[in-house]
Design a protein. Structure first.
Length: 332
């Protein structure tokens, strides 16, 4: 094993806009059609045992990066390694060490084989010891007992996603690569998957790299996050570090819950130069600056306790969604 689970250095992926016909007929037509840089100098490191998330709008390059790391495609330039093995020169060694859920999770299944047979076939391919026992454990873990004998093509979108996740875990690979793992899943199953991700699918030694549009999933499960846009990485850090990128210079917000609510209290707070907005039985208070005076904060708490019972009072930090939008829209 290498010193890091995943290393990407200056990865570039360029696609031609030319059609296959144009490429075959004329190099001139290929050049005239132009190029798309899906990745533009991407570098990142994922540590062993880490859950690492990638966020980005559609077209940011997330899936292209995942396909390079899973050896589905090669980068145009730069280097990528997984478990210390080069994804181009040692692709077979890479595949031995990864479990994969790509965005097109339905691909690679036999549509007229049952759930059980599809998983068993994969277990045999990976030369799993006691393959039937492994498949039974996964069928039970993913709540697929009632679907075990159904043809894959007759499953719902969410059920197919469960089977795809189960297949990604069959080899007990030390590195899992998951592209939209909760896509198409109901709320209950999404919550279950979130719990499994937090527990590294039963192994603290397993590394997970995950792309998702589910902000709460990423924030709840990932130790670090990379935010991508237009083929570049804009920032890498913990969820708290990422959110702090837009908090500097922003007016501080607090949430106050007091019973009974009082319009007179709201007026007093506004008279202090603050904003006060009622939301769902609570008040969101916006300070005049990013660093409100402690005396003002204490005064608000005292005034609230004089008019009713203070249920809660806490500072609000920017949400990951708000940070993501500001970074990818160029607002930060």
């Amino acid at each position: 094993m290498g010193p890091s689970a995943i290393e990407v250095k200056d990865a570039v992926k360029v696609y031609s806009k030319a059609s296959l016909k144009d490429k075959l007929l004329s190099p001139i037509l290929k050049r005239a059609a132009g190029e798309v840089r899906a990745l533009d100098g991407v570098s990142l490191t994922v540590k062993w045992g880490e859950v690492f998330g990638i966020l980005g709008p559609n077209g940011a390059g997330k899936t292209t990066l995942m396909k390079i790391l899973t050896t589905v495609i090669n980068q145009t330039s730069g280097r990528a390694s997984v478990a210390g093995f080069d994804t181009v020169e040692q692709s077979l060694e890479v595949r031995k060490r990864i479990g994969v859920l790509l965005e097109e999770s339905e691909r690679g299944f036999y549509w007229r084989l049952s759930v059980w047979d599809n998983l068993y076939f994969t277990a045999v391919i990976y030369e799993i010891e006691n393959p039937a026992q492994k498949v039974e454990a996964l069928v039970k873990a993913f709540g697929l007992e009632e679907h075990r004998d159904k043809w894959f093509q007759k499953l719902s979108r969410g059920e197919k996603q469960k089977v795809a996740l189960a297949r990604a875990l069959i080899s007990d690979a030390p590195i899992l690569m998951l592209d939209e793992p909760t896509l198409g899943l109901d709320v209950k199953t999404s919550r279950t998957i979130r719990g499994w991700l937090r527990e590294r699918f039963g192994s603290r030694d397993r590394t997970i790299i995950m792309c998702s549009h589910d902000m709460s999933l990423v924030e709840d499960t990932c130790e670090r996050i990379a935010i991508m846009n237009k083929g570049k990485i804009l920032s890498i850090g913990s969820p708290r570090e990422i959110k702090s990128l837009i908090s500097s210079g922003q007016r501080t917000k607090f949430e106050l819950e007091v019973e009974p609510a009082s319009d007179s209290l709201k007026k007093k707070i506004v008279d202090m130069g603050w904003e006060a907005i009622k939301e769902d039985g609570k008040m969101v208070l916006i300070a005049p600056s990013s660093n409100p005076r402690e005396d003002d904060v204490r005064r608000i708490v005292v005034m609230a306790s004089e008019v009713g019972q203070v249920r809660s009072f806490r500072e609000l930090e920017p949400s990951l969604e708000e940070t993501f939008l500001r970074l990818t829209e160029g607002g930060a």
